[in-house]
Structures are given as structure tokens and as C-alpha cells.
Design a protein around this ligand. Structure first.
Ligand code: WTA
Length: 655
């Protein structure tokens, strides 16, 4: 291509505000009939049987939706099924035992392929091993593993015996693991010796051991040997070697337990407004059918595809769209342990080319990095196998969207910008790639059967272009059922704001700001609670604040999200020291370490700003919004209503 031509193309792309899905895609799409929106509306809630029909049931459901205990909705009542059977065994029974289920690529370039047959053997052996350790139905098993095949295997082994798993992101600290195990009442843990970061072996077991030591009951721990002697470790009391357990249990039969539709499949801890992580409870039938349906309708997953979601299984995206959705549909799912820039910045494109990846689902933060590195990296590779692109986790700006469309998709792949949350279980707002026009920057209309809108404080729908809040007026199968051991908080956090319990009207509030256009396309503006989104990772500012305040010498702290070119948002920690402590590089270092210790390196403050006071309202509340505006160097408007307006100048001078 001539240079002039490319400039012209860029300009044309820049000016375009909407894109039609390519004809070649529409022709083969799983869903291509625009009538689906109306069909779902007319046939609601029975329309959701389409999702349930993607699964195999031990006993069919009797009712689609039970609203009698709303907002604790029940889906597919009376039905029984097993999630692991649906993700593994049934594909083997269908004659696809030699089809690749999981393609794993390790950090050091190691690769492994598990066929559906392999996956069945391995999960059955590990399920037998877990039983042997005493794990019974409904016992929570905590999984604290990096991106290695044993993580999905352990999830499926738990699902096979009806033990809910609670995966804790491997980047979280010992103390974060401890809190999550305590709150879940977990007595079982699966972890590993260590893993590699860049070239170094990190000691992961040390973190797990520290957490377990602080828990006041016996924990049976299984340790996967990831490093193969790279970091010698020894097993203590109640600790078992994964490989040894598999050897001893190979060939044992473990029938998949037929679970009630509403039985818990897993728990996933996430951040909210208060300092304590929330245990989001997902169920067997509703969650799995929703993950499968959205993988089918939105990601266009087909059994013969090679599909790649680059998230970490430690977060909800990996649960729904690396493990459960794709495996339920019997496809080949790629699992990548490494980072996009190691050994070089073309790593992702090398994988797409080598594995002939059909769909790529990634995060805007990654796309911003690709853009910065430049289009020469994808250009070195043949990306023509790609059929669809997706993004998730944070808003994607039109520029990054168009870059992705042009340089990765070659203008031949639809992009789905999917808005959803840990709590929703699966995608809620996005275009259907075989149906709808795409508008860069807007996630799209709600999916068929999803009743989402943008409203003002009073719950009235806002006019096009005006900012408001997302609400969801009807239940959906993938929704969380409650917060584990905290049903009260479930009600107050998600249902109180917009519901009218007296009229039995329940409105789910996801705590996101948004606007809507004339065509009903929703643009997400971001969280309206005290949650910040660092590189697509959801963190609670309160958790960070309590970590900072826990550092010796800190009197008070406020943590807010400031805009960050690459990460989306970054943590800004404003800190007041106790008398007798001086601001210094060491103090800053111990604050950073304190946060890493309490939560993990992902929550590490980008900036620590020492200040003698924090801006407060007259009633004494810290003005977080103002601190955010200061971080973003925005116009602060009128600050005279503060109790201490003079502090604003002081803080601004420090940045
Ligand atoms: C944000 C991740 C804009 C949003 C699946 C939500 C998004 C939070 C998008 C949930 C998107 C997710 N556009 N914002 N496409 N997807 N978000 O629970 O603020 O880790 O509330 O789930 O991420 O984060 P969570």
C-alpha cells in the first residue's frame, strides 16, 4: 500500500461512525436473524429455554422462571444437570474424544493440548482425589492457581462432584487469599509451588502457606508442581502433591453428580463499595446456560473453532469465556499463561497465526498497548484466520476500536464490545455480531431478552445523549443469586436503589453510569460507586484505603482512580501521616508494600501524595470526586463548600 493511500484510509476510518457486519460473517453467523429481539420480547421468559436447550439435562426443568421469592429469582426450576458433564463428558460421548478441548501455551513457550478425552480422564481422576480428601457436595474448594491447565481441570473436577469452587486470582496476596477463604468457610485449597514472571520463578506456595497458617482450622491443600524443581518446595501436614493424587486415582470412576438447577456452581469474590470483598454466588443451570448462550450468540463459537480469550481465569471473564461457555459448546479454547510482550511484542499475533485462532476476546487496556507498540507487530503475521473480535472490562474509545478493527481484524471481523459484570455472569449489553450495526465507543443495545435501560436518579429513562445510570428491569438466567452468607448486602447493594418492593417491582442496579443514543445504543461511562478499574481489574478503593491505613505511621488515607493512558485508571493514594512521621521515599515505599501485601501488586498506587489534610465536606465526608478531579487535573469548580478549601491548593501543588 502507498503511504498516501494509507493516510486516506486512516482518515476515512476516523470519520466513520458506524460499521456494518461483513456479509461473509453474517452468512455463517450462529445468530443472524434480526427478528430475534422481537421473538425474545414476545416470548419472555420462555425465550430463555433456548439457552437451557444448549445443555444436556439429567432431568428437564419444569418451570422457566420462579419469581415468588424475588429478587431471589430461580431459573429452570426442577431441572437437574451437571456442569462438568456438559463441558466434557457429553462431547466425548458424541464421538469427539480426540477433539482438542484446551490448548495451553506456557510462559516459557511450553505447549500442551488436552483433548476432550484427556480432559475427562484428568478431571475424573482429580474429582476422585478431592473426594478422597473428604470434599463433599456443597463444600467450597478455593483454587489459587495461575494460568495453568490444572486450574480449569480443578474447576471441572469440583463441578463434577458438586463442590462449588472459589477461584482467587493468583496475583492476589496471602492476606487477600486468607480473607476470601475465611469468608467462604473453605476447608480445601488447590495451589502450586510457583510460577514464572518474566524469567524469574516466583514462590506462590509461600503465599498460600502464609494464608493457611492464619486460618484457625485445618485446610487440606493440594500443591501442583508447576516449576518441576525450578523452586524446591516441601509438603507439610495436610499437604498433598497433585501428580501423586492423579496417579493414585487414575481410572477411578466418578459419576457426575446431578445437581439441582439452582445449586451453587461457584463463588467469585469481587470488589464493591465497602472494604470487604463480596462473594457472588452463581448457579449450575442459570449461569452455565447463559455462558453457553452468549458464547454462541455473541462470540459465534462453533465446535470446530479455535477460540481465544486472553483474560485470566482468576476473574469472571475467564470463568465464563475461557472455561464454561466455550467448553459447554465443545470448541477448542486457548489458554495463555504469558504476557503480550514477552518474549516480544508480537506474541499475541504469533499465537493467532500458529493456532489459526477464529475469535479473539481481549481487553481495551491490551488494545491500547498494541496501538502504542505499533501496527508493525501484527503486520508480521498472518491474521486471516480471525473471524470475530471482542472486548470486555472497560470502555473502549473509538480510536482504539478502529485500530483493532483495521489492524487486527483487517476490516473483515465484526467487533463485539461486551458490557457485563461478575454479578451478571455473562454479557448483557453488546451488538449481536451477525445482526447489528456497530458503533465504535458504544457497547450496543441490550442483548435480546435483556431489559436494560439508562435512567436518572428517579428511575426515569433519560433523553438520548444525557448521562444516567444503567438499570436492568427483568431477571436473566446468568444473574447472581445472592452474596454468599450476606443476603442483606445483596439486597441493599443491587436492589434497593431503584426497586419498589411494595409493588413487587425489582430493578437491578449495576452501579455503572451510561448514556444512550437515538438508536438505543448504550455507551458505558464507568462505575458510579467506589470501585476503580485498573487495566480491566476491578478494585475497591475502600480495600486499598484500609491497606494504606494499616501501614505504620499513616493516620488517614483516601484512594481514588485517576485517568491513565494505558491502564484506563490508576490508583492515587492521598495520605495523612501521624505526628512524628515525615514524608519520605521510604514512607512511600512502605505504603506501596503495604498495599501489595494486603491485596497484591495490581492495586499498587501509581502516586502516593502526602498531605496534611484531606478535602472534606462540612459533615466530615472525604470528597473523593474532588480528589479524582485533582488527579485528572480537571477544573475543580466551586470548592468553597468544603470545610477546608485551602487544602485543595496544597494538594494540587504536590502533583
Ligand atoms: C466495567 C468484568 C465499559 C463496568 C466482565 C462493569 C465495562 C465492571 C465493559 C465489571 C464494557 C465491563 N464497557 N465498561 N464493555 N465491561 N465494564 O465485575 O464498569 O470485573 O461494572 O466484570 O467493568 O467488572 P467485573
Amino acid at each position: 500500500m502507498e503511504a498516501g493511500e494509507s493516510v486516506e484510509l486512516e482518515a476515512w476510518l476516523e470519520a466513520r461512525e458506524s460499521f456494518e457486519p461483513p456479509e461473509s460473517f453474517v452468512e455463517q453467523a450462529n445468530v443472524s436473524d434480526p427478528g430475534i429481539y422481537e421473538e425474545f420480547e414476545e416470548d419472555w421468559p420462555d425465550c430463555w429455554e433456548r439457552a437451557a436447550e444448549l445443555l444436556e439435562w439429567d432431568r428437564p426443568w419444569e418451570g422457566v422462571l420462579d419469581t415468588s421469592t424475588a429478587p431471589r429469582y430461580k431459573w429452570f426450576t426442577g431441572g437437574r444437570l451437571n456442569a462438568a458433564y456438559n463441558c466434557v463428558d457429553r462431547h466425548v460421548e458424541a464421538g469427539r474424544k480426540n477433539h482438542a478441548a484446551l490448548r495451553w501455551i506456557g510462559k516459557r513457550g511450553e505447549t500442551e493440548t488436552y483433548t476432550y478425552g484427556d480432559l475427562e480422564r484428568e478431571t475424573e481422576a482429580f474429582a476422585a482425589a478431592l473426594r478422597g480428601l473428604g470434599v463433599g457436595e456443597d463444600d467450597v474448594v478455593t483454587l489459587y492457581l495461575p494460568m495453568i491447565p490444572e486450574l480449569p481441570i480443578a474447576m471441572l473436577a469440583c463441578a463434577r462432584i458438586g463442590a462449588p469452587h472459589s477461584v482467587v486470582f493468583a496475583g492476589f496476596s496471602a492476606s487477600a487469599l486468607e480473607t476470601r477463604m475465611e469468608r467462604a468457610g473453605a476447608e480445601y485449597l488447590v495451589t502450586c509451588d510457583g510460577y514464572y514472571r518474566r524469567g524469574d520463578a516466583l514462590n506462590h506456595k509461600g503465599k498460600a502457606d502464609r494464608a493457611v497458617r492464619r486460618i484457625d482450622r485445618d485446610i487440606e491443600t493440594v500443591v501442583v508442581d508447576r516449576l518441576g524443581g525450578g523452586l524446591p518446595h516441601s509438603l507439610g501436614e495436610n499437604q498433598h502433591d497433585y501428580d501423586g493424587l492423579i496417579e493414585r486415582n487414575r481410572g477411578r470412576t466418578v459419576e457426575p453428580v446431578a445437581r439441582d438447577a439452582e445449586d451453587m456452581l461457584f463463588l467469585m469474590y469481587t470488589s464493591g463499595t465497602t472494604g470487604q470483598p463480596k462473594g457472588v454466588k452463581h448457579t449450575t443451570a442459570g449461569y452455565l446456560s447463559y455462558a453457553a448462550w452468549t458464547s454462541h450468540a455473541v462470540l459465534d463459537v462453533k465446535p470446530d473453532d479455535t477460540y481465544w480469550c486472553s483474560a485470566d481465569i482468576g476473574w469472571i471473564t475467564g470463568h465464563s469465556y475461557i472455561v464454561y461457555g466455550p467448553l459447554a459448546l465443545g470448541t477448542t479454547t486457548v489458554m495463555y499463561e504469558g504476557t503480550p510482550d514477552y518474549p516480544d511484542k508480537d506474541r499475541m499475533w504469533e499465537i493467532v497465526e500458529n493456532y489459526e485462532v477464529d475469535q479473539l476476546y481481549t481487553a481495551p487496556t491490551a488494545i491500547r498497548a498494541f496501538m502504542k507498540w505499533g501496527s508493525q507487530y501484527p503486520e508480521e503475521h498472518d491474521l486471516s484466520s480471525l473471524r470475530l473480535l471482542g472486548t470486555v472490562g472497560e470502555p473502549i474509545n473509538p480510536k482504539a476500536w478502529k485500530w483493532y478493527y483495521k489492524h487486527i481484524g483487517g476490516e473483515e471481523c465484526p467487533i463485539v464490545d461486551t458490557w457485563w459484570q461478575t454479578e451478571t455472569g455473562g454479557m448483557m449489553i453488546t451488538t449481536l455480531p451477525g445482526v447489528a450495526t456497530m458503533k465504535p465507543g458504544a457497547a450496543g443495545p441490550p442483548l435480546p431478552g435483556v431489559d436494560a435501560q439508562v435512567v436518572d436518579e428517579a428511575g426515569e429513562e433519560v433523553a438520548p445523549g444525557e448521562a444516567g445510570y444503567v438499570t436492568v428491569n427483568k431477571p436473566w438466567p446468568g444473574m447472581l443469586r445472592t452474596l454468599y452468607n450476606n443476603d442483606e448486602r445483596f439486597l441493599s447493594e443491587y436492589w434497593e436503589a431503584y426497586s419498589d418492593p411494595d409493588a413487587d417491582e425489582w430493578v437491578y442496579f449495576p452501579e455503572d453510569g451510561a448514556k444512550i443514543d437515538e438508536d438505543g445504543y448504550i455507551t458505558i461511562l464507568g462505575r458510579v460507586d467506589d470501585v476503580i478499574n485498573v487495566s480491566g481489574h476491578r478494585l475497591g478503593t475502600m480495600e486499598i484505603e484500609s491497606a494504606v491505613v494499616g501501614v505504620e505511621g499513616v493516620a488517614e488515607a483516601a484512594a481514588v482512580g485517576g485517568d491513565h493512558e494505558m491502564k484506563g485508571e490508576a490508583v492515587y493514594a492521598y495520605v495523612i501521616l501521624e505526628d512524628g512521621y515525615e514524608e519520605s521515599g521510604e514512607m512511600e515505599q512502605s505504603i506501596i508494600e503495604g498495599v501489595e501485601e494486603a491485596i497484591g501488586p495490581i492495586a499498587r498506587p501509581e502516586e502516593v501524595i502526602f498531605t496534611p489534610e484531606l478535602p472534606k465536606t462540612r459533615s466530615g465526608k472525604i470528597m473523593r470526586r474532588l480528589l479524582e478531579d485533582i488527579a485528572n487535573e480537571e477544573d475543580l469548580g466551586n470548592t468553597s463548600t468544603l470545610r477546608n478549601p485551602e487544602v485543595v491548593d496544597d494538594i494540587q501543588n504536590k502533583l
